[in-house]
Design a protein around this ligand. Sequence first.
Ligand SMILES: N[C@@H](CCC(=O)N[C@@H](CS)C(=O)NCC(=O)O)C(=O)O
Length: 235
Amino acid sequence: MAGGDDLKLLGTWASPFAIRVKFALALKGLTYEYAEEDLASKSDLLLSSNPVHKKIPVLIHNGLPVCESNVIVEYVDEVFAGPSILSADPYERAIARFWAAYVDDKLLASWATMLFRGKTEEEKSDGKKALFAALETLEGALVKCSDGKAFFGGASVGLVDLALGSQLSWLKAAEVMAGEKFIGGDNTPLLAAWMARFSELTVAKAELPDVDKVVEFAKMRQARMAAAAATAPNN
Ligand SMILES: N[C@@H](CCC(=O)N[C@@H](CS)C(=O)NCC(=O)O)C(=O)O
């Protein structure tokens, strides 16, 4: 660990938000204590470290909490030596922040609607359409951001790669559950190649959860939500 720094990460194993922080810490070669949170019974440490949102991930660095996954990734990049995650160029940094936000606001939101948030079949189907649209948009973003190189960050992985890469097990799980491919059709060949490259990275192999385990977790969550809806007072 760099200079005796004390690092503790509060997360949950399946959370893409926590996974991208694990990616960043691993890229910098940092060792840290990891605490798996039970979100049904949040720890006092989580509640006191992130009193505003009460969400994981939280990185506690020498006793100081940092919240919000992309904020944490940028913090880790600024504080610790090692490969840079953000460009030195302010414009490139702004573009990376734009697409990292898009990946959560549009892509993550679409598969989450498809799997969990959509209440009707129509809403779920709208989630799937939004997922295809977001992936197509990201195909175009990859062309521009990578400038012909391997990653959104150029020759090496950047903020957008980590934000999108952290969702790969979920995207693959959603494909298994829907019985169809989302990435790699006629509209997203470059994204499919990016996905294959990203999946080969040491950090991806080490930190991405097993797809079957995510499928099982998602099905359990769907069953819990269905049971809760069936016993809700308005049913
Ligand atoms: N925008 C946040 C989202 C974090 C988030 O949604 N975390 C979820 C787990 S995946 C959570 O802690 N949920 C607990 C809750 O909502 O009570 C980030 O990027 O860190």
